[in-house]
Write a protein of this length. Structure first.
Length: 131
């Protein structure tokens, strides 16, 4: 176990904070430009937001939708990060690399199913009211 004297402390300050924000934005841009599923979710998000404004959904429904849309983005970003790390570690097939990638993808898929269920719960009654 390392002693406290051997631990290197990270720098702090506004410059580091701004650098962290820049890195986060770079990650979002990379994922949006390179991950088809994130691009698809972005388009779905625009449709959901437009539908929410059109149907004047309640504050609680907005909260539900914003939370689930955030969960989708977070899981897609984590999926992208896990895939990148696995690809960095090995370019050969390995069963555990496949497990890591498949499980990360499954997390994003489960989040997408949750979102679909909640979108339907909020909007099916609104769409049915049009007829």
């Amino acid at each position: 176990m390392e002693s406290k004297d051997n631990l290197k402390l990270k720098k702090r300050g506004i410059k580091r904070f701004l650098s962290s924000i820049k890195n986060s934005v770079n990650g979002l841009i990379y994922a949006y430009l390179n991950e088809q599923s994130l691009t698809l979710h972005a388009f779905i998000t625009v449709f959901v937001l437009a539908s929410g404004f059109y149907f004047h959904i309640s504050k609680m429904q907005w909260a539900i939708l914003v939370i689930v849309m955030t969960i989708i983005i977070v899981t897609e970003l984590l999926n992208t990060a896990i895939e990148a790390v696995v690809d960095l570690v090995t370019d050969k097939y390995h069963p555990l690399a496949k497990v890591a990638k498949d499980c990360a993808s499954a997390a994003a898929f489960v989040a997408s199913l949750l979102a679909l269920g909640l979108y339907l719960y909020v909007f099916i009654p609104k769409f049915m009211g049009l007829f």
